[in-house]
Ligand binder design. Structure first.
Ligand code: HEC
Length: 94
């Protein structure tokens, strides 16, 4: 009985650990949802269709406003935004 409870708890713990570490492809989205909502909500992104260079410039602008983004996070955020809010040709190439 006790063993079964312990096993159940282990399963839950593992599930929780997996939940906390989403696959890398979701990291960009997660970063945008966390970092980019410090100062405004994500409505700012709605309808945007920017090129990679334009997004790069915009994120740099946000960083100069105070967005806490590391170099590594920068490229994940950039990839996510270009994929989801990129210019049409960029999106179709994906
Ligand atoms: C430290 C505060 C802060 C953070 C964090 C932040 N922003 Fe902003 N953002 C602003 C301010 C202030 C404005 C309005 C001024 C402006 O347009 O430059 C803005 C405006 C915008 C706009 C509208 C710009 C336009 O020209 O239409 C977009 C898009 C945007 N932010 C995206 C992002 C993204 C993507 C992130 C995450 C990488 C982010 N923001 C994080 C402060 C922030």
């Amino acid at each position: 009985m006790l063993v079964r409870i312990a096993a159940g708890m282990l399963t839950l713990t593992l599930a929780a650990a997996a939940w906390n570490e989403p696959p890398a492809k979701n990291r960009g989205r997660e970063l945008v949802e966390n970092v980019c909502t410090y100062c405004h909500n994500l409505d700012r992104l709605r309808g945007k269709e920017l090129s990679r260079e334009e997004w790069r410039g915009l994120i740099k602008g946000m960083i100069s406003e105070g967005a806490p983004v590391t170099d590594q996070e920068f490229s994940m955020i950039l990839d996510y935004l270009v994929t989801n809010y990129g210019r049409r040709p960029a999106r179709e190439q994906q």
